[in-house]
Design a protein around this ligand. Structure first.
Ligand SMILES: *Cc1c(COP(=O)(O)O)cnc(C)c1O
Length: 824
């Protein structure tokens, strides 16, 4: 992490500067106002994106205490007491600052590019080098126009090597990354056919990527007879770059893989280098891992790492696990488990995640010593303390000899233990309830033992929810919508079965405009969990109106009686200022809503009700997913336009209009109006082919094998004896039943499950808590994971077999099924 005075930064950026606080020291870069955690030492770069404009958040950040801003335009009137550096282009300024940090560092830089494997090669190379070098590497997969400068910002005086990855999505980008990184050494991993959209062809893509290596001394590549290999050689010869080759095929390569043998998930390499035979082991056996390991190895050899050290580090390489896992624990606790190889940047990211998901809970960090950071223990503890101090926590528990001896310099109460076992033997002392716990431990500390102790012991059936997929789905819709169109995310019915508060927090974090729920109680739960977005309640029951007002929820008003009741509630509670309401109008669904002939009276009444603000007027499409009903849907759209035009004329045009659900968004782009209500597609179901290709189902339903049983001919299975074995048969009893949403109509061969990717039919009747499947002749074992839907069996297929639609399948998953969240 660099540290610079604001005047120095102004000079580096050649900015027009307006400095009210010349003494400010900057140590942290903020690019996204949602990532704000504390103001100390922060400089905010107001970047402009397609959807976001950093300039819109300047005032909010000033209120929070941020003092330093790099802007393209100074807000007017100009706020006082803060520093503004005005530049032509904020992103270019960020890159320029990073380039300055890079050029003053004496570290040698290894840059990695290619279509696949960049992150793994970076992690593995760093692991291989750690015993001899102080290495700075980019956090996670920070490899973009923004990610690379942020990575470089982490370079410090003591670093001897920087290992950074660089990725591009369009021509012109690599030259800028080359300027920021100015690498002396390079690795080109490979070239794939993916993401070619912005490139004319593979040749252009390769040429563009090679620009990263314009000024390197040496370059690692896989030597073979591919086009890529030839291009790299030509490029290097022209510039007198030393080629560092490895190969499976060509024994003239510096590092020749004579043989690879895979045994039980591991690989033994027989290598030839400088005429010597060398044997090395890798704890992975897949093709991609083998290739990644060879790239890293070739570079490590060039950097003079001793063979003995490489032999040991290569045999211990870890999977690059970037998942944050979130689970419900006992007493309403939330447990966030971060298994990522612990380092300072990942600590910061995980603390952010804790802050965003444990909003109204006490937050506790359980942290182990960090291994392999390349820093002296005292310096490392200081850095950890600095990061921890930026977040508001109730308690920190430090585990490991280093933390135990050195302690942390933070003001929150801290308990220290020399090892995980000694913490576990004291865990009974902690009485956590309504707490969000972040577990952040290096692998060797075995923190999974802690999470097992804290987890709910419910039956093993669970719904895994992959939050990144939901973000991907949301972004797909963002690209479809014009920037003026708002998004209301529908989180009714326990977020279509995926769990309400976690999903709502995620959506809030990713900037949706509104949330929609069916009943008041659902909205109250979100408010209690700290969700601040405006929330529309579709069907506010009379008895819940007080709660609705108390918790600042916004009612759908669909009839005169609802309107009266609501006005009465407001006056009873003494609310006299503008309370937002949403009118539902009838255009063809024939469910709730005012009809056209009621509009004159409605207008009359609303004019006399200043305590209400008409926030929006909306209606609902009855058959947006059905191409045969196009005429009907277009009729609904026309009717909606006509009715809202009348309301605008009489009431003014300040209200928002919205009509489309997921299918409406996809099939009627002309009807997006001011906002859309996104439901099922957020969870990954798309009603046309194009959308179905881009969207990912966010959840997977899993159970496990409770018992295996051998049947003799004539034995029967389950209630009613509908299955009779006609030969020796093995059945697996699986921990899911109709109480979990696995319908009884799936009995007797209608339903199937998948175990290790293979399908097995249900035999006999589905019970309340269990099913039996025929696994005769398989290697299925007790405790095996069973997929109900997921990678092998799609939601659409299972819903069809249950004679229903994905909506009902999702919302019918029992509440006792544990929801487990994953995040990259
Ligand atoms: C549920 C609901 C939606 C979302 O519908 P999807 O088909 O899931 O996108 C939109 N509007 C209203 C009024 C709803 O009740």
């Amino acid at each position: 992490m660099a540290k610079l005075g604001i005047e120095a930064i102004a000079e580096i950026l050649e900015a027009r500067s307006f400095l009210d606080k010349k003494e400010e020291q900057v140590s942290r870069i903020l690019l996204d106002s949602r990532q704000y955690s504390s103001a100390a030492g922060v400089i905010f770069f107001a970047l402009r994106g397609k959807r976001h404009n950093g300039h819109d958040h300047i005032r909010e950040l000033i209120e929070k205490g941020v003092r330093n801003f790099v802007v393209e335009k100074i807000p007017s009137p100009q706020p006082v007491g803060v520093n503004f550096l005005q530049v032509h282009h904020a992103l270019a300024a960020l890159q320029k600052l990073a380039r300055h940090i890079r050029m003053r560092s004496s570290a040698r830089i290894v840059a990695i590019t290619g279509s696949n494997g960049k992150t793994v090669v970076k992690e593995w190379l760093s692991q291989m080098l750690q015993s001899q070098y102080k290495v700075c590497r980019s956090p996670k997969s920070y490899n973009s126009q923004i990610g690379v400068p942020l990575s470089v910002w982490e370079l410090e005086d003591h670093h001897q090597l920087g290992v950074f990855e660089a990725g591009i999505s369009q021509p012109g980008e690599m030259a800028r990354l080359q300027e920021v990184l100015h690498p002396q050494l390079g690795i080109f991993t490979n070239i794939g056919s993916a993401h070619a959209e912005n490139f004319r062809n593979a040749q252009q893509k390769i040429a563009e990527k090679l620009k990263l290596f314009e000024a390197v001394e040496a370059l690692v590549y896989q030597k073979n007879d591919t086009f890529l290999s030839k291009e790299i050689e030509a490029f290097a010869h022209e510039r007198e770059i030393e080629l560092l080759s490895w190969s499976y095929l060509d024994d003239s390569a510096d590092l020749f893989v004579a043989e690879r043998s895979s045994i039980e998930g591991a690989t033994r390499f027989h290598l030839q280098m400088n005429g010597e035979d060398v044997y090395l082991d890798l704890p992975f056996s897949d093709e991609a891992s083998q290739q990644n390991a060879m790239h890293a190895l070739r570079m490590a050899l060039h950097l003079k790492m001793p063979l003995e050290s490489l032999r040991s580090s290569m045999s211990q390489l870890q999977a690059v696990e970037m998942r944050l896992q979130m689970k419900m624990g006992n007493n309403g606790n939330l447990i966030i488990n971060d298994a990522y190889n612990s380092d300072l940047e990942s600590l910061r990211i995980a603390l952010h995640f804790l802050e965003n998901h444990g909003v109204n809970q006490d937050r506790v960090l359980i942290l182990s010593d960090m291994l392999q950071s390349g820093l002296e223990p005292a310096v490392l503890n200081e850095r950890m303390s600095e990061i921890i101090a930026r977040f508001s926590l109730k308690k920190v528990i430090g585990i490991g000899p280093n933390l135990y001896e050195q302690g942390l310099k933070v003001t929150v109460p801290t308990d220290l233990y020399p090892d995980t076992e000694s913490f576990l033997s004291h865990i009974y002392r902690y009485n956590w309830s309504n707490t969000a716990l972040l577990l952040k431990g290096a692998r060797s500390f075995r923190f999974e033992k802690i999470s097992q102790r804290l987890e709910q012991k419910s039956h093993e059936t669970r719904l895994n929810i992959y939050l990144d997929r939901m973000v991907g789905n949301l972004n797909y819709f963002r690209r479809l919508l014009s920037p003026q169109t708002g998004i209301m995310a529908m989180v009714k019915a326990f977020s279509y079965g995926s769990g309400s508060t976690e999903i709502a927090h995620l959506l809030q974090f990713h900037g949706v405009d509104y949330l929609g729920v069916a009943y008041t109680d659902e909205g109250v739960e979100l408010r209690k969990a700290g969700v601040n977005l405006p929330i529309l309640v579709l069907n506010p029951e009379r008895s819940s109106l007080e709660d609705l007002v108390t918790y600042r929820l916004e009612p759908e008003i669909y009839s005169f009686s609802r309107l009266e009741e609501f006005v009465e509630t407001l006056s009873r509670l003494g609310v006299s200022e503008s309370f937002p309401i949403h009118l539902k109008i009838e255009t063809g669904m024939h469910r709730l809503g005012f009809t056209e002939d009621q509009l004159p009276e409605l207008v009359q009444r609303l004019k006399n009700l200043p305590q209400l603000t008409l926030a929006s007027v909306f209606s609902h499409l009855a058959a947006a997913d059905d191409p045969d009903q196009r005429d009907f849907s277009q009729g609904q759209i026309a009717q909606f336009e006509k009715m809202t035009a009348r309301l605008r004329k009489k009431l003014g045009g300040n209200f928002k209009r919205h009509l489309c659900n997921s299918s409406g968004i996809l099939n009627y782009p002309e009807a997006h109006f001011d906002m859309v209500r996104l439901g099922i597609s957020l969870y990954g179901i798309g009603s046309n082919e194009e959308a179905a290709r881009h969207l990912k189902v966010v959840s997977e339903l899993k159970a496990s094998v409770s018992q295996l049983k051998k049947l003799q001919p004539g034995d029967s299975v389950s209630y009613g004896r509908h299955f009779i074995a006609d030969k020796e048969t093995t059945i697996a009893v699986v921990s899911i039943g109709y109480a979990d949403g696995f319908r009884r109509s799936l009995s007797n061969g209608v339903g199937e499950v998948a175990i290790a990717g293979k399908r097995y039919p249900v035999v006999g009747n589905v019970c309340m808590d269990m099913i039996m499947v025929d696994v005769t002749g398989s290697t299925v074992a007790e405790g095996d994971e069973v997929e109900i839907f997921g990678a092998s069996i799609s939601v659409n297929e299972l819903a069809a077999k249950m004679n229903t639609i994905p909506y009902e399948l999702f919302t019918g998953i029992g509440r006792r099924v544990k929801r487990v969240y994953f995040m990259e």
